[in-house]
Design a protein around this ligand. Structure first.
Ligand SMILES: *Cc1c(COP(=O)(O)O)cnc(C)c1O
Length: 414
């Protein structure tokens, strides 16, 4: 069956609201390429949106999943618990920043983790307000739509949204020209004047924004915000769903500025492509919730947990944080060479790099040319004018370089 044939069936069977970047259908994938059903190879600069950091069908993940499927597929941790769930929580507590006692809880998706982090913060503080930021993205469920900044396509027509969500200005150095402390002072002023420090349950922020445009806040912004949050008696939540698990060149992006969030949400890169998410944080906050207050039928499914343990082992053994720094250095070096007037900025950390272009149509055109030449890239940003690169962290240099050849040719043809 060809992609065109499947696509015809898809249009008749799949809801139109579910989109796809490309219209080719995948047959199999590895640690850097996808092969579609038409036999065409794609260089993968998307990793399923920063998910397959250890590669697709990574050897340890295959083995762990197969072993687990044979033992049991599901008992529900809330009904009959199993060790793999506990082991994933132990790993999360150890790997996340913060030298304090921690607890974790597991869920299915990033949005579900964010929802639970908000539940926990509100329960712990007995306060209502959640502060989020311009360009922020936290998911597509009702609460997380309210937390997400961008209207189209995420929110338009899907309201009314959850109350007690307040948006503060983000540090966006290219656009606001402010240093970190000044940008933090601006955000804190909005919070104090428009929300009131004593009403704030949590400040929720991506240490590097994902869908919002790979916006890296100016140095000092995150630490100042975290400090204010602590002084206000609120919970500082880092949404590391896109930045976590080695993507930015360390286990978690908060570490680049020595920020120790009270709670961290994770998902995407955690389990080699299987659906798993988590909230990890200070034991005193996590354990404030009454027994039975957190959970879900599938949260911490044993197959997903086995995949997570195998992925984490792969990240340790192959030093994928180091690999992310290497990949980022290679991408940045090639893009910086270009010195093209259309490139407003090359930014990011580790293997989470983006170029900001003048507008959405130029960005869509470059992406389309990359796709025509077999390079899978994604766009992002509130203004749709950012091309983002999220290759699997196991991508070999020769594949990466071939991808960069296609990308730089597409950029310079503009
Ligand atoms: C993807 C993402 C989410 C939502 O995760 P889902 O698994 O799609 O629900 C939340 N926050 C950030 C920062 C993300 O990148």
């Amino acid at each position: 069956m060809t992609s065109a044939e499947i696509h015809k069936r898809r249009v008749a069977a799949v809801a139109r609201g579910v989109g796809s970047t490309i219209s080719s259908y995948v047959d199999h994938a590895s640690g850097g390429t996808l092969t579609d059903v038409d036999g065409r190879e794609w260089i993968d600069f998307a990793a399923g949106i920063a998910v397959t950091s250890v590669g697709n069908s990574a050897p340890r993940v295959i083995e762990a999943v197969q072993r687990q499927v044979e033992r049991f597929t599901h008992t529900c941790f809330m009904v009959a618990p199993y060790e793999a769930y506990v082991a994933v929580c132990e790993q999360l507590n150890e790997l996340t920043p913060g030298a304090f006692e921690k607890r974790s809880a597991l869920f299915n998706s990033g949005a579900e983790a964010v929802e639970n982090a908000v539940k926990i913060a509100r329960y712990h503080t007995k306060r209502p307000a959640i502060v989020v930021f311009d360009h922020g993205y936290h998911g597509r469920t009702n609460l997380t739509m309210a937390l997400t900044a961008k209207n189209m396509p995420y929110k338009n027509g899907f309201g009314p949204f959850a109350p007690e969500i307040y948006r503060a200005p983000m540090s966006y150095p290219l656009r606001d020209g402010l240093d970190g402390p000044a940008a933090a002072a601006r955000a804190i002023d909005v919070i104090e004047k428009q929300v009131g420090a004593s009403n704030v349950a949590a400040v929720l922020i991506e240490p590097i924004q994902g869908e919002g445009g790979f916006v890296v806040p100016a140095p000092g912004f995150l630490p100042a915000l975290a400090e204010w949050t602590r002084e206000a008696g609120a919970v500082f939540i880092a949404d590391e769903i896109q930045t976590g698990f080695c993507r930015t060149g360390s286990w978690f992006a908060s570490s680049h500025e020595d920020v120790e969030p009270d709670l961290i949400t994770t998902a995407k890169g955690i389990a080699g492509g299987l659906p798993l998410a988590a909230v990890t944080g200070r034991a005193s906050i996590m354990d404030s919730v009454h027994a039975g207050g957190l959970g879900g039928t599938y949260g911490g499914n044993p197959i997903a947990c086995a995949a997570a343990l195998a992925s984490i082992e792969t990240m340790r053994e192959l030093d994928l944080a180091g690999a992310a720094r290497h990949i980022g250095g290679r991408i940045t070096a090639r893009l910086s060479e270009l010195d093209h007037p259309a490139i407003a900025e090359v930014r990011g950390r580790g293997a989470m790099i983006a170029v900001e272009l003048p507008d959405a149509s130029a960005t869509a055109a470059v992406a389309a040319e990359c796709h025509a030449n077999g390079l899978l890239v994604l766009t992002c940003g509130t203004y749709g004018n950012v091309l983002r690169f999220l290759p699997p962290l196991v991508m070999p240099d020769d594949v990466l370089d071939r991808g960069l050849d296609i990308l730089t040719a597409a950029l310079t043809s503009r």
